[in-house]
Design a protein around this ligand. Sequence first.
Ligand code: MG
Length: 378
Amino acid sequence: MSQALAAYACDPAQSRGRRHPEVDAPLLAPNVRNPHQRDRDRIVHSTAFRRLVYKTQVFLNHEGDLFRTRLTHSLEVAQLGRSIARALRLNEDLVEAIALAHDLGHTPFGHAGQDALNDCMAAHGGFEHNLQSVRVVDELEERYPTFNGLNLSFETREGILKHCSRRNAQALEAQEPGGIAARFLSGTQPSLEAQLCNLADAIAYNAHDIDDGVRSGLLTIEQMREVPLFARYQDQTLAQHPQLQGRRVLYETIRRMLSDQVYDVIESTRSALAEHQPDSVDAVRRCGPLVQFSADMHAASRVLKSFLFRNLYRHPQVMETTHWARAVVQELFAIYLNRPDEMPSAYAQREDLPRAVADYLSGMTDRFATREHARLKT
Ligand code: MG
């Protein structure tokens, strides 16, 4: 049995609800799911969720079968987030829903694709992947007879919109006053569940990018020792298992690193909660960020992040694919803008053509975008 939710957790019974009213209980079956469990199920059954398996995290989807994709990344974020949520008596179902949806708006080819599309859209309102994740669940999924999108609860949508520019926040606020963008204008915080997903995202990618980086041969374990956080857990591992070699050293080091980060977040967040004593979600919103690393772990994690940035994300071999991917996205954008009929008619007939192209292009998997590029490039 799960424990009772804490007073500072998002209680599903107090959900701020969905944009389109629904009769929550099915007519013939007992209502066995709360609103956030329903959100999670809607996300898992969505088209955008299935596409995540063919979208790049760091390595292109076709470069190797064992690298993380956006799908396995999202599952790892959900797993880490749920473990921490349980320890803090937060709403685990909500954390799972947010984590599984947080990357739905990602373009093909990872950050290279997002940057290229943002450049293409510069004169048309830009492109932000967090905002696109909200567009996917609010507008672009077509699964229900009477409304667009998945009609998720406020709490899940709020967690999905983890960053937002001021301009986009103002536009969202105009459509939905006091809605999910309001906090970017008022400088308040989202729920603890949303804050947690943000941190779980970073913990997950820092760890799995080491694994994928070493697997790909672009990073070596020796080189990783430059990072004190890694060296500390590798030393611990070898002290306890002096005979251990190869991959198992790497896995055990990463396992210890992950587990220590999880305990660090739990302890530091408990202290912050004890200090501020928020007794409701509204009180949480008025505090500063409460889900956090200790100062030491925060500093150590930044060193790891900047190491990965310099040595993996900017590795010449990764940059080569990045340049190629940028060109594919830019060329596809120009082609669809000139020849809208190359897109499915639902996109081709839209009046806001640049945004329609961005919606269509950003939904593509790596391999579909690659095939379309080969088909259309003269
Ligand atoms: Mg992510």
